[in-house]
Write a protein that binds this ligand. Structure first.
Ligand code: EPU
Length: 419
């Protein structure tokens, strides 16, 4: 298994180009199942999760061609059964359910297993499909969904933890080919949902209100092929901004949508950093004094759960007491024990991390547990004395395109040791 060695203490300076969004690209690639005509998706990041999705689409019978960020998919004929060995590697494979149901009126997909960041059920997705007229059966680890006819309905996707991002996408993808009008109440407002809706609209779907809590869909008879460019990855951009805050003189992320980054740039400003926006570029540089923060993860436009671990790495060396509460995935704190091994002073109280800033972290061998936790450990390593050895880096390759090379271009000293 590859590992990453971070030599701490280097200052970062310069500009990094941000890739297309993983969490947009995954459901958009799945949505190509909705038409027999070819679709071309550009700015698709080169990540292992994307590779899994393309493998699933190929296994379902799609013709898939890929060349430097551009993917062409033609789903002339599709199978409706995705077996365990191809879907088990990635939880986001559940987003093939909606398009298969919409197009073929049936889908059998292995249920996603547990996940290190929490239980991650799909009850809301299934509730949405049932409201559209589908019957849902779970047996032998598979979820089987069947709908002789899909009929528009009013569906609420609200849960204790907010809405569901992939669930909103899934229901939207099934409803675009249903008879009549579907209203999704309590829809997720994330930019990735809007990006998916824009792709579906380019395919001929009638969708209104994406990006708000209420999405209205008028079903159409069929969809056609379309071209689409994926939006910039706001979490990758946020991660590099936090890297810049941790050990940068001035770090700029380019090819981003600054509005999508407000939930990260606002707390960085509050923490004492200078943030400047210039077109599609955002820069971070140190201010006179760093300040501790109180942060709560909540669905968009709130502070994202996908940035919580990275922000903990920053706050670990910020003077004062910071309080970080997780309201989306209450158990998503696997990075805390590893940060403590590096000298951080963090007291975990249920879904809340109380972080007392220490002057310095020290390098140590640490274990990546999930994608964002791994990124946080690399960021912690940038500011640590000595060498931080991050093991199990396959987690990081699921969601960051060449993070080591991009950080090195900014002045970091990171080695990837091949197993
Ligand atoms: N939930 C339910 N029932 C459901 C679905 C979700 O109770 O049927 C709960 C979840 O357990 C969680 C909350 O609702 O407490 C939100 O989960 P959501 O469904 O929104 O998560 P997701 O759509 O499965 C996406 C991203 C995650 C990101 C979350 C929240 C993709 C591929 N994944 O997951 O990204 O953390 O939204 O913003 O889009 C990551 O990139 O590292 C990552 C984990």
């Amino acid at each position: 298994m590859d590992k990453i060695l971070v030599h701490g203490g280097r200052r970062l300076r310069g500009t990094v180009k941000i890739s297309g969004s993983k969490n947009s690209a995954l459901p958009i690639l799945a949505a190509t199942l909705l038409t027999k005509e070819p679709c071309t998706i550009s700015r698709v990041p080169d990540l292992s999760d994307i590779h899994y999705m393309l493998t699933i689409l190929s296994e379902l019978g799609c013709e898939v061609e890929r060349a430097s960020g551009m993917v062409q998919i033609r789903a002339e004929k599709v199978k409706t059964h995705a077996p365990y060995d191809i879907v088990r590697k990635m939880r986001a494979s559940v987003c093939i359910l909606g398009p298969l149901l919409g197009r073929e009126h049936r889908a059998t997909v292995s249920l996603p297993g547990g996940c290190v960041i929490g239980d991650r059920p799909i009850d809301l997705h299934l509730r949405g499909f049932e409201a559209l007229g589908a019957s849902v059966k779970v047996s032998n680890g598979n979820v089987m969904i069947l709908a002789p006819k899909l009929t528009g309905a009013t569906i609420s996707l609200r849960s204790t933890f907010g809405s569901t991002v992939l669930g909103t996408g899934n229901v939207m993808m099934a409803a675009v080919l249903a008879d009549g009008q579907t209203i999704i109440d309590g829809a997720a407002e994330e930019p990735e949902v809007v990006d998916l809706a824009n792709f579906l609209i380019a395919m001929g779907a009638k969708i209104d209100g994406a990006g708000t809590r209420r999405i209205t869909i008028e079903g159409v008879k069929e969809l056609h092929g379309a071209k689409h460019e994926v939006i910039p990855d706001r979490i990758e951009a946020g991660t590099f901004l936090v890297a810049g805050a941790i050990s940068g003189d001035e770090v700029t992320v380019s090819r981003v949508n600054p509005e999508h980054l407000l939930a990260v740039t606002s707390p960085l400003r509050e923490a004492g950093f200078h943030i400047t926006v210039n077109g599609n570029k955002v820069s971070v540089s140190p201010g006179p004094k760093r300040r501790a923060l109180k942060l709560d993860t909540i669905p968009y436009p709130g502070f994202p759960t996908d940035m919580q671990a990275q922000m903990c790495a920053l706050l670990a060396t910020t003077d004062g007491i910071s309080v970080v509460s997780e309201h989306v995935f209450p158990n998503r704190f696997m990075h805390v024990a590893e940060l403590k091994r590096m000298g951080a002073n963090i007291d975990l109280q249920g879904p809340t991390a109380v972080i007392t800033g220490v002057p310095k972290l020290s390098g140590a061998p640490v274990m990546a547990s999930d994608l964002r936790a791994s990124a946080a450990l690399v960021l912690a390593g940038l500011q640590a004395d000595g060498v931080t050895e991050v093991n199990r880096v396959y987690h990081i390759d699921r969601g960051y395109e060449s993070i080591d090379e991009k950080l090195n271009e900014l002045g970091a000293e990171i080695e990837r040791v091949k197993a």
